[in-house]
Structures are given as C-alpha cells and as structure tokens.
Design a protein around this ligand. Structure first.
Ligand code: ADP
Ligand code: MG
Length: 479
C-alpha cells in the first residue's frame, strides 16, 4: 500500500456550504456542551447534508448519505458518533474508514475539533506508510475513536491489535472512492469483524452499483439521503475502438494525440504489455511511466509523485499495481486490453470523470475480445459506443503531448527538516517565482519533489542549485 504524503501547497479549503437560512444546530438533540462547541467553531447553521442526515443518524438509524465534496459530511457522522460516545470507557467505540491517509488525517482533525465539547476524547489515526509499532502502542493506551485506511485496519485486525467488541458506530467515508481504489475485500474484512449490533453510516459523493451492494450486504434498513443538486449521472464518456492485435499499442499513441488529455491512466492486463507500451510512448516523446508490482517502494512512490503532480502524462499500470491508489479524477482512462472481469472494467473506468469533471474512458478491443465486451454491455445495460481508429487525427498542435509540469528533486527531506513551506519560500520569496508556477511539493525521508511549470523548470533548477533552502545549499536535479 502506498500513500504518498502530499504537501498541501496553499490549497484553498472548500467553502462551507451552510446556507444563511439553514436550520440551526440547536434544533438537534445535542448536549449543551456540544452546541456551545459548534458555536465556538463558527458553525452557525447546518449545511444541507447535515440537516438531512443528522436527525436520522442521531435517532440511531443506519444511513446512506450522498453529497458532494466540501458539503460538511464529516460533522454529519462525527456528531452522532460523539453523541453516543462514553469517554469514561476506554475502548474503541467508533471506527471510520477513509480511502487515503490524507483524508483520514483530515477527518481525525475535524473529529477532534468537534470532540472538544467533551474532555479527553482520544482519536487515533491508523494508516499505512507509518510503522505498526507506535500504532500498536497507542492502541494499547486506549482510543475511543479510530480513523484509518482499509489496508492498515486489516493489518491490525489480523494481528488482533485492534479490539472492536465495544464498537457501536461504523462509518464508511468516501465509500465510492474506497471501492474505486480496489478496497472492497478489505472493507468487507473489517466490517465482518465489527459487532453486528451497531450503527453503520455510509458517505459517498456518488452512488455506483458497488456502493449499493456494500449497503445491501452490511447495513440494516438504511435510510438514504441524497442531495439532488448535482449528480447528473456520471460524466464518463466511454468509447470502444476495434483494433487488430498488432495495432493495439500504436492506437494508444493515436488516442493521446487526438484527445490530448493531461493525465491518462493506461491499464494493461500484463506487466509485459505495460513495459512494451511505456517504451513505445517514450519513443514517441510522450512522458510515460510504468507502475508494476516489481518496482521497489521508493521507485513506486516516485512514479506516483510525478503522476500526481502532473509532470507525467501517462501512467501505464497493471490492475494489481494500481490497486489501492488514489488516482481518481483523471481526464482519461485507456483500457489497452479488455479485462475479462467486468468488475475490474468498472473500477478502471471509475478512475476518470469524478466529481464535476468529465472524463474519457477508451477501450481497445480486438475481435477475440468481443465476448468480454458483450459482458460489459450486459452489466452496464447499455450498448457500447463504437468508433473507428480512422477518426483519430493528430491535433492541430504539432507539439507532442507534454505534461504541464516538471518535477525537480531536491536531495534533502524530512531527515534534513525540510518542510514544503521552505521549498515554496525559496522559490517564491528568494527566487521570485509566482505561486501559480509551483505545483505540489512532496517531502519524503531523504528527498523532496517539487513540481514547477514546464517553462520555468530550467530557471527554477538553476536558482535552487545556486541558492539555499532553509539556509543550506542543496543539490537539485530534474527527474
Ligand atoms: P465533505 O466531507 O463533505 O467533503 P467536510 O466535512 O470536510 O466536507 O467539510 C468541509 C468544510 O466545511 C470543513 O472545513 C468544515 O470544517 C466546514 N463545515 C462543515 N460543516 C459546517 C457548518 N455547519 N458550518 C460551517 N462550516 C462547516
Ligand atoms: Mg469528507
């Protein structure tokens, strides 16, 4: 499981969407202390999803709640679980599953703020990427609420370091995203180890069939609240192209030249095919990286950092390697082969077109894969839209597809006490770059990656090599 730490470079936090005329929290059966704390936090009124779900959740119902990002879903599950919590009882009473470490940490922070109404509520985050031992020690010390990612929670449950017999609330946050990331088995494993007598709250931005299945399997007479505002069905546009086997890899380059997506995830059924494709794309001048099971953890992290910070156009991956990765929200997914597993197809396609953005999903199918395509059609209950490779014309832009950013690697990281702000400061304050020319900054143990706009890369590289970061000279190279 890889969970690269992404330094939030001045990311504007989503504006709370509580309408000025929303229902006040005082309408809810909350303790005076909880209400006072909300007041202190500046939560005057409920956001629409809170107004719809809190009365049901506080009444003890299982709940499926669907609303967009930034709509205040955390408080919609945190307040009910806190209302039931007995802080004098030193046992895990609530468990929250989140797709990524970053989200788990955000949720932990928000729960801590909402828990200030009570003394000494202990919230613990359990995610991969950190060593087990301190987590086990913290658990032994006693935690009331655990927030974690599915993979790491499975590790703890398998080692019996996370007792759940006192659990009364289970939350699946961003359920759709967890399923997209391939966590279905881990989620089931965790839920099966929770007491049957419990309240289950499921939150999701979208409501795909996988989430329905999860709810049917593990929830008890759930109430459903949906914020209708948006959620026109998915914005994924799927197109199928019939190819001869010999044309398949060439066809990927043609799709990229025609549609010119900024970030594309290309799925191959085998590692061999991954390597062939990555090599071919690189030969065509396209920045493509491979993600497969035989990379070392460090190499894997570097590939993911470059893809996430938009300095790599195409990530060529096997399904196994892409499992558990938070790489949703892409402009395009290409199924270089049609997978024999319909669910895998759905997962792959679900990586694009998230939230408000439209996304493309292209599939290359040869004659002998038509049976697989037919299965996909049956599952989706729609006919596939076929297109011909002949429609693909290189765009008017004679430049090959180029990623917008370039990654510079600074030899120096957490061990050298470098923080994202130090790098941002060196680039903006010392060297005079604008903040919008700088992208993500990822600090790892021994090195730091910073994405800079392609046309500033050369100057940034020279400036950093000649200048200082945190008062020290550093070695920087272009990745
Ligand atoms: P979601 O999980 O739906 O993406 P969050 O729970 O992260 O949304 O909330 C988004 C932001 O809104 C957070 O900064 C949170 O503190 C704030 N927020 C949530 N509810 C309220 C409220 N009722 N009033 C004001 N701010 C709120
Ligand atoms: Mg959330």
């Amino acid at each position: 499981m890889t969970e690269p730490t992404t330094a939030p470079v001045p990311a504007p936090s989503p504006p709370p969407s509580a309408a000025a005329d929303g229902t006040p929290f005082s309408d809810l059966p909350l303790s005076p202390a909880a209400l006072e704390n909300l007041q202190r936090l500046g939560y005057q009124r409920m956001t629409p999803i809170q107004a719809a779900s809190l009365p049901l959740a506080l009444a003890g119902h299982d709940l499926i709640a669907q609303a967009k990002t930034g709509s205040g879903k955390t408080a919609a599950f945190a307040l009910p679980l806190l209302a039931k919590l007995d802080a004098r009882r030193f046992a895990v009473q609530a468990l929250v599953l989140c797709p990524t470490r970053e989200l788990a940490e955000q949720v932990t922070q928000e729960i801590r703020r909402l828990a200030r109404a009570e003394d000494n509520v202990k919230v613990l985050t359990l995610c991969g990427g950190a060593t087990m031992r301190p987590q086990i020690a913290s658990l032994a010390h006693g935690a009331h609420i655990v927030v974690g990612t599915p993979g790491r929670l499975v590790d703890h449950l398998a080692r019996e370091t996370l007792p759940l017999d006192a659990l009364n609330t289970l939350v699946l946050d961003e359920a759709d995203r967890m399923l997209d990331m391939g966590f279905a088995d881990e989620i089931a494993y965790v839920i099966e180890r929770c007491p049957r007598e419990r309240q289950t709250l499921l939150f999701s931005a979208t409501y795909p069939p996988g989430v329905t299945k999860l709810a049917q399997r593990f929830m008890r007479n759930p109430r459903q609240v949906t914020l209708a505002e948006r959620h026109a069905a998915t914005k994924i546009r799927q197109r199928f192209y019939e190819v001869e086997n010999g044309q398949r890899l060439q066809a990927v380059g043609r799709l990229l030249e025609h549609y010119r997506p900024v970030s594309t995830l290309a799925f191959c059924n085998t590692r061999q095919r991954c390597s062939e494709l990555a090599t071919l794309l690189q030969a065509q001048g396209i920045v493509a990286l491979e993600l497969h099971g035989e990379l070392e953890q460090r190499e894997r992290d570097q590939v993911l950092v470059q893809f996430a910070n938009r300095s790599c156009s195409v990530l060529v991956a096997t399904d196994v390697a892409a499992r558990g990765l938070d790489i949703a929200g892409l402009e395009a997914v290409i199924n270089v082969d049609v997978t024999p597993d319909v669910e895998v197809h759905t997962h792959r396609v679900g990586r694009t077109g998230r939230a408000d953005e439209a996304g493309w999903a292209f599939s290359l199918a040869s004659r002998n894969e038509m049976e697989r395509v037919a299965r996909i059609e049956r599952m989706q209950d729609t006919e596939c839209e076929w297109h011909s490779l002949d429609e693909l014309t290189p765009s008017a832009d004679p430049q090959p597809l180029r990623p917008p950013m370039v990654t510079l690697q600074i030899l120096g990281g957490r061990k050298d006490k470098i923080r994202p702000g130090d790098v941002l400061g060196a680039l903006t304050k010392d060297l005079g770059f604008r903040a919008d020319q700088i992208g993500k900054i990822n600090v790892s143990e021994f090195s730091t990656c910073v994405a800079v706009a392609r046309d500033s890369a050369r100057d940034a590289l020279r400036g950093l090599n000649e200048g200082k970061v945190k008062g020290k000279t550093v070695k920087v190279r272009r990745m």
